[in-house]
Design a protein around this ligand. Sequence first.
Ligand SMILES: [Zn+2]
Ligand SMILES: [Zn+2]
Length: 139
Amino acid sequence: MIEGGCLCGAVRYQAQVAPLVSRLCYCRACQYIAAGNATVNAVFPSAAITFMGEMREFIRTADSGNIMHRSFCPVCGTHICSRGEALPEFVIVRVGTLDDPNIIQPSAAIWTSSAPRWACIDPALEHVAQQPSPLKKST
Ligand SMILES: [Zn+2]
Ligand SMILES: [Zn+2]
């Protein structure tokens, strides 16, 4: 069981399976959420994760063209997760909200073409200039 939640504890979640993939995202929207740098994200199957507590959503079309629902705690403002309307099978969880962020290992940095010049991107990661090909719906 993987658990996490927001900074104030009003929102909690439990995942029954390990994440499918973990990536850093340097898209311009993520820079707002992550205070200037990339967000770090772990992708879970939506069916395997349960959220408890009230979240608010910010809905906006992403640079990829996907309509993204970004969910955050209305009390402390911590961004918890996002979902794309085109791929509701997956939920993208912000890694900072994991009780133990060490359980994941990012494999790629995406939207590196939007990264600030001073960004320090690990050369050991796969670098993807924009949107990576979507995860298979069957996984
Ligand atoms: Zn909170
Ligand atoms: Zn992003």
